[in-house]
Design a protein around this ligand. Sequence first.
Ligand SMILES: [Zn+2]
Length: 642
Amino acid sequence: MGIPDEEIAQVRAATDLVALISEHSALKKVGRRWSGLCPFHTEKTPSFSVNAEEGFYYCFGCHASGDAITFVRAMEHLDFVDAVRLLADRAGITLHEDQESGRDHQRRSELLEAMERAVQWYHERLLRAADAGPARDYLRSRGYDGDIVRQFRLGWAPDDWDALAQALKLPEKVLSDSGLGFVNRRGRPQDFFRARILFPICDPSGRPVALGGRILPPRAGQPPPERPEPKYKNSQESPIYSKRRTLYALNWAKQGIIAQGEVVVCEGYTDVIGCFQAGVPWAVATCGTALAEEHFTLLRNFASRIVLAYDADAAGQSATSRVYEWERKHEVDVAVAELPGGSDPGDLARTDPAGLARAVKEARPFLQFRVDRMLGAGDLTTAEGRARAAEAALTAVAEHPDDLVRDQYVMQLADRCRLDTAKLREHLEHLRAHPPPARPGRRQSRGRADEPPPPEHSEDDGGGLPEAPPGASGRSPGVPRESAGAARDAGRSGPGLEALKLAVHRPEETADRVHTVLFTDPVQRAAFVALLEHDSVHEAVEAASPEVATLLRRVIVEEPVAGDPELGDPVDSVVTVLLRGATRRALADLEKEARAGGDSWQATAAETAQVRRWLDELDDPAAGRVAAGRLVVWLGEREAEG
Ligand SMILES: [Zn+2]
């Protein structure tokens, strides 16, 4: 809807698919295609392949396949039209959409532009303005040098009502919709941030979508403020900013996360910057909300391990049972970094940067961390203390969904608390059958467990209650992934697949030699017909059924097997193999017909003999091609008759 087809084609053609995908996964050139770890499933050896010229990708592991638009839809969770818009923006193409959706997009662009201008303005203020002196002093005292300030584009909102509104002269609607300001009771535009250090929050591609602001601590000798302000104040949600889908610093950390296969999740902006300073540049923070499933969905595209670097109490309580659910669903491991003595990563980065890096490196699995804490809180020197500590830890173990994992912790508890394993197992089964009501930490700060869930977009969602995922699989909502069955069938192999690869990659060599009649597999045949009937592979994919389209996308990223020149032309050898197969099948059918009909037995015998001669001649260097041509004609005639 909305966008004309030729503009969609133009956007596709203008998009560098390799550059686009490289923002999510490192690609290496292998022959004519590019290969890397699949951004759609967790893997250790690359099975993801990109054909840059045709603009298609295919994963041999999870069978994800598609083009730039499909990719953006999956990664950025966009619908088709928004994905095209995003790519058009990147490519500098102006779309001529129908009016309503166009206005929507126009709105977003205005807000993004306003946010970018504001971030730049605030940043310049921090760097240069006289009134930002105390802010600069404070940042220096935190160990932030000019590089850090510039990298994270930190800003300073002056202690003034409307400095930004005055400077940028934004339309009132843009000012308020972007969250940068509002119209006050006297009808005048007013800034949202005042006397705060600002941390720009960006989308994964680095465009600012919101700001977080921190007040300066009161200076020595200064009287406390009359009306104390909250330490942190964030932009409200807006058409360009959703807390649950945004992670602070993901744009800067992306490379590091991909390189490490791991992401450190902190609670605050300064924690993230501390991690970068301590040599852990793969850290992000949730923006004033608990880690939610949307964050998992976002992160699993980059990393298979999530390390929580919260202060210890918060980490122990975060989301608990849902963490296990998300671990399984999104194939990620969640670990917890133990930060010494109630410090946060921001503090630790200043006092003991090596300690911070070590804590991240030595992060323990989520359940191990909880068990250790419970045992650590108990008195393991007495029998009573050990029993109580084991009991407490066992409630945590009981929440884990995997019985093999549970059992290992049971053995560990038995060992550490000097208890009988069988007894503990029995106790665990009891706990699982009768879970204690309202376990602490299960739904912290949410009151009773039987309380109805809060409205979806509540402010600071302390519990991180997951929303029902839009798709059953929880990944890539709304993205047209082919049905699993079709995807698996598209893995069909053999000479037919090879012939399709040749038809796609060396069309000039196959033009008069590969024919429809050679394909006995219906999907391969449909794929070949689609290639014949359309001018470009793109059109063929678009017109094809999902099953055929998947096969085509795979073929596009797969190079034909490099033939041994001594064995002759690769097209010839593939054609010969296919021809033999198709001919044998046709001969078998012919004999069946003859037996059933009876009267044409003589004619059939002659025809069969002739066909067998041609088959024999196929290996003859001189007569091979002629025989192949005759067989193709014969197969074609049979099909036309049948
Ligand atoms: Zn994959």
